[in-house]
Design a protein around this ligand. Sequence first.
Ligand code: NAD
Length: 471
Amino acid sequence: MSDYKLLIGGRLVAGDTTMPVVNPATEAVIADCPRGSAAQMDEAVAAAKAAFPGWAALPIADRRAAILRLADALNRRAEEFARLLTREQGKPLSESTAELAYTEAFLRSLATLDLPVRVVEDGERRRVELHRRPLGVVAAIIPWNFPLLIVAFKLPLALLAGNSMVIKPAPTTPLTTLRFGELCAETLPPGVVNIVTDANDLGARLSSHPDVRKVTFTGSTETGRRVMSSAAATIKRITLELGGNDAAIVLDDADPKAVAPKLFAGAFMNAGQVCLAIKRLYVHERIYDALCAELAALAEAAVVGDGLLPDVRIGPLQNRAQYDKVLGFLEDAGRDGRIIAGGAVTGGPGWFIRPTIVRDIADGARLVDEEQFGPILPVIRVTGIDDAVRRANASPYGLGASVWSSNPDRAYGVACRLEAGTVWINTHLDFGPTIPFGGAKQSGLGVEFAEEGLAEFTQLTVINRAINRAN
Ligand code: NAD
């Protein structure tokens, strides 16, 4: 039960204390998990700092090979990790299996990137080159919705660029990340990756640590603000992937039967605990009733339960605090709109809420204006495109958005008016390692993935050589 270990300086070590980790489907304690102390966090940063020069000095091909070894090691244990992920996070096993596959794919794909010197001028007078150098120690702070995949959003880019890392998982989902640490211990030089858990008490210490040069953070906008201010003292580089309240707009020419399953999947994956999930659905009044009915039928049919059971489509909320928060949204939704499917599951252990469809609700209601991060979807009636665009954009968030129509050109025109980091047409939640990803407005700062993401783990250095033709 307690063979989980922190990873500090290449050694798998016990935490200074322990903390229970609970399966959200059963509320049973599944591990007495090591809990890092402030001293262990400092040790981890020191180990990363010590490992940095050697790692940075390696040829990029060697660092790439090490990341690929890590991907191979993960592949060998993917099945075991997927089951553990479901037990600690709650998502159905099919989604955990997919998370493992995506994690490996991100490691492999991002490892193929390169950092060539770019010559921007090579003239009579001067030769100017752009070099991308590593920064130093990178702190990666991870939320509880995709405990392993989000590590793979950050780790391959940070390491490929030549940085070392300290990773801090979320307090309620540390186990899969600690198992991943075992793979790092096998495949990477000591100190290049360190993993320290906490009980939500060491994030600020890590993100304000003077020896950390960059913080890559995924989590709520509220905590993102704190990370931003704690980075100020030493002008750390930061990448923030924060909350979202993604709007999907369904135009009057969409076929309700055809789009409903896709909208449902975009809203209810991982029980709605996805930064990029559809969280507000704006539907033209002409097809409003038909689409509400289709969505309600899908919600009624969805199998909710322990993610390890076959056929389960929706697992529990990941932790008690989130469950209580989403119950609050549910209560308000019953007042602000009409619940036509779903509701809380009572009577058993586990933090379950059925996929819930709320109609006859409008902007101004908490479920529409705030991020619910749970399986409750508000469906809002709109009178036309301008009305929908105005409402969709009237949000402090701007992570993703989508437009649904049987006329993709018409949808394209709407997509170009939406304020978000990613706008999809006739799909939602489609992302990958080769596509830059980042939030507009208060959904984030900077981008992840692809070359643009890699650049964020580097210091741009200009080498400007004067050319004296006389000599
Ligand atoms: P959270 O902000 O509560 O916690 C995220 C991480 O930050 C945890 O590891 C936590 O321990 C740590 N932390 C807490 N206080 C800190 C501090 N002062 N300094 C540094 N770190 C600190 O978020 P959560 O509840 O784990 O995740 C849910 C939120 O994350 C949602 O808002 C969701 O939209 C967002 N999210 C965003 C993305 C994205 O890519 N944009 C992806 C997943 C989740």
